[in-house]
Design a protein around this ligand. Structure first.
Ligand code: ARG
Length: 473
């Protein structure tokens, strides 16, 4: 029945609403616009169609609909997919979302039999399915991008194996380390993110379809078959939980927030290193921009933007956690608001990984400048103290003695290497000529042989291990 209703806002109608049965008045135009999600959930069209095809196939297999009906439905859905891909699909706000837009079009194309697709299904389990299908594909792409960057970091570590930098703590020069050691630190960070995505993927990869509106269905469906058709290793256990649950999106966004925090720190390091004050890297013309007023400038905008976009993902995390907090069981329309944070997170993370990956291709490390930063600042003072303690002096005293030596050298405008042995001996009789081999840059670095330390031997081993790990990914 077609009911047309008028008021001061204009005409609004129940025409074509797929759920109009019990309604006498149509949805208010303002309400229709307010509640429609088609603008953004049309991104899920492929997943929606894929899920419907599997559902129709199962319905026919179980004798719930006829095989020829399923064939018609599948054929219609495939045509619709082509229409959407070609940009020829008439998306309509009045049909709210991607599910109803496709279903309505299916009925238009193949007649009333199209309406059989929604047998034993609700939009509540349908939307959960679409998002799980979508997210599992995107997580795999993100992992692929992460793999590329990780691999690249190991290449850079290998290529720059002899470059040395100060280890900074409190942004103060601390001890000499290999640049490769720090590059491999980035590798470790991203490896943990990768593991988190893989873990999250396990919980995304569960079939929700078959939960219906939340209570299950009266039809003799075969959820295992749908899982097999859609390549889900698992079927959800509890129908109420299935339509209530958005943990899989929360986990994805939280994992992404952690990754973005890492990307932001990596970016910040490059921003700092590209300043004239540090001058440790050249990010390349392709990834820096000029200033519209100061002709000399080369700004690290890409790194800054990665740092900046981190905030968006944190925002998405807060949005989805807040959205879910306090929702009664099971499905609530609030949950439609889960999609934009999810899409935005996917887009942001992928864009940042892509630009970082490209940036790493053009980055040049200025090892001469790095070395210069090591030549002042008593960078091997810890090695002097360790030397004394190896000879039996309690470390607290070694620390104090070394502090005095540093102060003495500073007063004379000299570095530790410039002091002769008799000067050292004035502070402690334990000093011998062999001291010098521990307080050169190489001496300092290569004596840090403890597991995970910066000795070149260790770092070379880390590179080898990383390569082995990557080859198993
Ligand atoms: N567009 C809805 C969403 O994204 C689909 C599920 C709606 N279910 C319902 N019964 N209104 O959450």
């Amino acid at each position: 029945m077609l009911v047309i209703y008028w008021n001061e806002f204009g005409r609004y109608t129940l025409k074509n609403k797929l759920w109009a049965g019990r309604f006498k008045k149509g949805t208010h135009k303002v309400a229709e616009k307010f509640s429609a999600s088609i603008d953004f959930d049309q991104r899920l069209y492929k997943e929606d169609i894929e899920g419907s095809i599997a559902h129709a196939t199962m319905l026919a297999n179980e004798g719930i609909i006829l095989k020829k009906e399923a064939d018609k439905i599948v054929k219609g859905l495939k045509q619709i997919e082509k229409e959407i891909s070609a940009g020829k699909f008439p998306f309509r706000e009045e049909f709210e979302d991607i599910h109803l837009n496709i279903e309505k079009r299916l009925i238009e194309k193949i007649g009333d039999v199209g309406g059989k697709i929604h047998t034993a299904r609700s939009r509540n389990d349908q939307i959960a399915l679409d998002m799980r299908l979508y997210l599992r594909k995107e997580i795999k792409e993100i992992i692929y991008l992460l793999n590329n960057i990780s691999d690249h970091l190991v290449d850079l570590a290998e290529e720059n194996i002899d470059a040395k930098i100060p280890l900074y703590t409190h942004v103060q020069r601390g001890q000499p380390i290999l640049l490769s050691h720090q590059l491999l630190a980035l590798f470790e960070m991203l490896k943990r993110d990768r593991a988190r995505y893989l873990d999250c993927l396990k919980r995304v990869n569960v079939l929700p379809l078959g939960a219906g509106a939340g209570a299950g269905t009266t039809f003799p469906i075969n959820r295992k078959l749908v899982a097999k058709l859609l390549n889900f290793p698992e079927v959800s256990t509890n129908s109420v939980d299935t339509v209530s649950d958005r943990d899989f999106i929360i986990e994805f966004i939280s994992t992404s927030a952690n990754l973005m925090m890492h990307l932001s720190r990596i970016s910040e390091e490059f921003v700092l290193w590209s300043t004239k004050e540090f001058d440790f890297v050249d990010l390349g013309d392709e990834f820096t921009t000029g200033s519209s007023i100061m002709p000399q400038k080369r700004n690290p905008d890409m790194a800054e933007l990665i740092r900046g976009k981190t905030g968006r993902v944190y925002g998405n995390q807060v949005a989805i956690l807040t959205l879910m907090k306090g929702l009664p069981f099971s499905y609530n329309r609030d949950m439609q608001e889960d999609k934009e944070p999810m899409f935005d997170t996917v887009d942001t993370v992928k864009a940042c990984l892509e630009v970082l990956s490209a940036m790493l291709n053009s980055i040049k490390f200025k090892s001469e400048n790095m070395k210069e930063a090591l030549n002042e600042g008593f960078i091997t003072a810890t090695d002097v103290a360790d030397y004394l303690s190896r000879k039996g002096l309690p470390f607290r005293q070694s620390h104090e003695v070394t502090g005095k030596i540093v102060s003495y050298a500073e007063g004379k405008g000299l570095e530790l290497m410039d002091l002769n042995i008799s000067e050292f001996k004035k502070f402690s009789k334990l000093f011998e000529e062999d001291l010098y081999k521990y307080i050169t840059l190489d001496g300092s670095i290569n004596s840090r042989k403890s597991h995970g330390g910066t000795a070149k031997k260790n770092v070379l081993k880390m590179i080898k291990t990383a390569r082995k790990e990557i080859s198993a990914w």
